[in-house]
Design a protein around this ligand. Structure first.
Ligand SMILES: [Zn+2]
Length: 129
């Protein structure tokens, strides 16, 4: 399936979002003594990455750029994920996920998420079956 590029209107707020991502990575790496590949994970790199891959790397939902409404982050807004949190912000350890996916994995590991998903499937089977 062809990847749809971001519209011009959505691209206008992308530099602001990418600057915020970069500042956040810099600050969190400093506070938590984590690696940060600042020469690779530039605003320009992040913008190009989102423009050419405007979907969540986990669930595939198209990103909602500028999706904050009344101070609440939209579920489809892009966010920076550390795949393995202790490895910091490196090219190989960073993914751009929708806010919802990032938030779901914040407090659970894959085994816990799978257990919950299996229980949800089983419950639906009881109701639907
Ligand atoms: Zn997602």
């Amino acid at each position: 399936m062809p990847v749809k590029k971001l519209s011009a209107a959505r691209c206008k707020s992308l530099p602001v979002i990418c600057k915020r991502f970069r500042n956040m990575m810099k600050e969190r790496s400093r506070l938590n003594h984590l690696p940060f590949e600042s020469e690779v994970l530039t605003v320009r790199f992040l913008m190009a990455h989102i423009e050419t891959n405007p979907k969540c790397q986990r669930c595939g939902v198209p990103f909602a750029i500028g999706g904050v409404k009344n101070g609440v982050q939209a579920a489809a807004s892009p966010s920076i994920d550390r795949i393995i949190p202790s490895l910091g912000y490196t090219l190989k350890n960073v993914a751009i996920l929708c806010w919802r996916c990032n938030n779901l994995k914040r407090d659970a590991d894959p085994a816990e998420l799978k257990k919950v998903a299996d229980l949800m499937d089983a419950s639906l089977g009881c109701i639907m079956g």
